[in-house]
Design a protein around this ligand. Structure first.
Ligand code: NDP
Ligand code: MG
Length: 382
């Protein structure tokens, strides 16, 4: 029985992780869960999954109320609360938090010698070097949950890494893939949240429309698979059926296919190197789909993807700048303070203006995150 600590339990990945655990209740047990402010959802999960005893929520008030209502359970709060959950005796930590706040828990998971099942790509985008260093120092283990990276991880099994020529990351193209840049001027939040293939949290859905998400995934791949940026390609597969591919030096290309259902990569990160059945996910019916469509990535159409390659190559605190700028800009867009294309403008401005640090410590990354956020807020006020 693997003991799981689930961070981000009320989110899109978190709830799908609970589905997987419920299907395999003799294999996994969730001993602790963290979430933010969606207390109704948390209470729903607690009813469905009564054996979990430790929780962390965002605010002290919610923790106090919940402690009174459920006196047999323990409730912590804030990022300190998340850290307390990581002091428990778990085997695997599923990090499905959204944003920069995921980095510190990822580092602590590694230090505590628990396996890191990573959905929080921001951990690698902002602190990839620190995560790699911690893995080396503590002999840690990390498995990807992001579907593209799970696909690549699966395509690498049984093959020599030295024979890899390039990684080919799939992109669906997001909600606006059929729109020209001119048409993007007036798109709404509601349109942007309407992803053609995947049902995900709000931020990543907007990030898919701007292609910032794919940019983050390129940086994520660089850290996960130790490959240089010139050997990472991005192509559009409209159907999100081919989740990614690896081209080997002998020109063989190995792809991983599946229905667009995150429970598949979540489960693989939990069971690797084993596979278990997954009854709740439908089989892939290629005959029904009929054809798969591919398109070359147009970097002029998606400047943030191009910027992510540049930031990835520059290294240092560049990923932290991009991520913080994106977190704030997407929040502005969702709250209708800026237009869709202004997300790009703000990120480019921050990338240009915020001081570059080539070998940042954790504190430098934290300061970069803070400075970038403040810079964006000031830019909006100007
Ligand atoms: P969601 O927005 O759906 O969920 C985020 C989770 O983080 C929620 O449980 C939320 O709690 C919690 N959270 C937010 N702020 C805090 C906080 N301050 N303290 C504690 N918990 C907090 O996001 P997703 O599930 O879509 O994404 C999670 C991560 O997985 C992201 O890094 C994303 O890029 C990555 N990912 C997601 C995919 C998907 O299909 N969704 C695919 C691949 C990667 P609450 O809601 O209670 O406030
Ligand atoms: Mg992905």
């Amino acid at each position: 029985m693997k003991r799981l600590i689930l961070l981000g339990a009320t989110g899109s990945i978190g709830t799908q992780c609970i589905d997987v655990v419920n299907e395999h209740s003799t294999e996994f047990e969730i001993i602790a869960m963290a979430c933010g402010s969606n207390i109704n959802k948390l209470e729903e999960i607690m009813t469905m999954y009564p054996s979990c005893n430790y929780f962390s929520v965002k605010s002290e008030d919610d923790a106090t109320l919940l402690s009174k209502k459920y006196s047999d359970k323990t409730f912590f709060y804030g990022m300190d609360g998340v850290s307390k959950l990581l002091d428990l005796d778990g085997d695997v930590v599923v990090n499905a938090l959204v944003g920069f706040i995921g980095l510190e828990p990822s580092l602590k998971t590694i230090k505590r010698h628990m396996v890191l099942a990573l959905a929080n790509k921001e951990s690698l985008v902002t602190g990839g070097e620190l995560v790699k260093k911690a893995l080396k120092e503590h002999g840690g283990t990390m498995y990807p949950i992001d579907s593209e990276h799970s696909a690549i991880f699966q395509c690498l099994q049984g093959n020599e890494k030295s024979q890899v020529h390039k990684l080919i990351i799939s992109a669906s193209g997001g909600s606006f893939r059929d729109k020209s840049r001119e048409e993007l001027v007036s798109v709404s939040v509601e349109d942007a949240l309407n992803h053609p293939n995947w049902s995900m949290g709000k931020r990543i859905t907007i990030d898919s429309a701007t292609m910032m998400n794919k940019g983050f995934e390129v940086i994520e791949a660089f850290y996960l698979f130790d490959i240089d940026f010139d050997h990472i390609d991005v192509i559009i597969n409209k159907e999100s059926i081919i989740h990614s591919m690896v081209e080997y030096k002998d020109k063989s290309v190995i792809a991983q296919l599946g229905t667009a259902d995150m429970r598949i990569p979540i489960q693989y990160a939990l069971t690797y190197p084993k596979r278990l059945s997954l009854e709740q996910t439908p089989s892939l019916d290629l005959c029904k789909i009929g054809s798969l469509n591919f398109m070359e990535m147009n970097y002029e159409r998606y400047p943030l993807l191009k910027l992510a390659f540049e930031a990835g190559k520059r290294g240092g605190n560049s990923g932290a700048i991009l991520n913080a700028a994106d977190e704030v800009a997407v929040d502005f867009f969702i709250n209708k303070k800026i237009s869709f294309l202004e997300i790009e403008d703000l990120i480019f401005k921050a990338y240009k203006e915020i001081e570059f640090i080539s070998s940042p410590t954790f504190d430098d990354i934290k300061r970069t995150d803070q400075m970038t956020r403040e810079y964006l807020i000031r830019s909006l006020e100007d």
